[in-house]
Design a protein around this ligand. Sequence first.
Ligand SMILES: Cc1cc2nc3c(=O)[nH]c(=O)nc-3n(C[C@H](O)[C@H](O)[C@H](O)COP(=O)(O)O)c2cc1C
Length: 198
Amino acid sequence: MDYEMNDFMSTLMSRISIRKYKPEQIPDEILAQILYSASFSPNAGNRQSTQMVICQNEQINDKLGRLKRSLSSIKVSSPGNYISTDQPSIADDPNIPSAFYDAPTVITLFAPKNFWFKAADCYIMANNICLAAYSMGIGSCIVGCVENIFDTEPGKAILQEWNIRENYEAVTHITLGYPATDFPPQKPRKYPEPIVIR
Ligand SMILES: Cc1cc2nc3c(=O)[nH]c(=O)nc-3n(C[C@H](O)[C@H](O)[C@H](O)COP(=O)(O)O)c2cc1C
């Protein structure tokens, strides 16, 4: 790029998923800013129906992360096709015990089951959360729900404990915490080759 990037653009282009965390919890003031900024996310029909659950309970995060790991249908990445060598995912390294990577904070986004745009709303919000976190030095990783831990018996018990409405389902998780090391350099990106019509 031969022009100067503004701060927001450089935040957009340097955020990277973090899967190795320090055990230290993120400060409440920072969490509050992340959550407040998430409420400004674009959302279909301005329904603002996404329910965030912030879990900072180490035992619950560990239990759910291991459960999610055990349910994962993707067991190992194909050789040479790693998601990240610096921040390996559970698909890259079969020895990682938790799909939440021992992050001290795990956010789960729930949305109404029969809502057409539940996935769009939740993933847009997840991205806002990751960018806001990164802008304040906090690492994050979106951990999508394919195999839903809350469909299992231990998962259903947690839903009850958390008082989640019956017509709501989990769409995605976001792990948050201080990165164990410096933020790694960006992965190589494919330059988009758009079809431009003028
Ligand atoms: C919809 C979605 C689901 C994802 N699910 C997972 C996941 O289950 N586990 C994981 O470690 N990373 C997950 N990721 C993170 C991606 O692996 C990551 O964004 C991608 O490799 C690009 O790397 P970067 O975020 O570091 O730029 C997910 C990302 C998205 C957008």
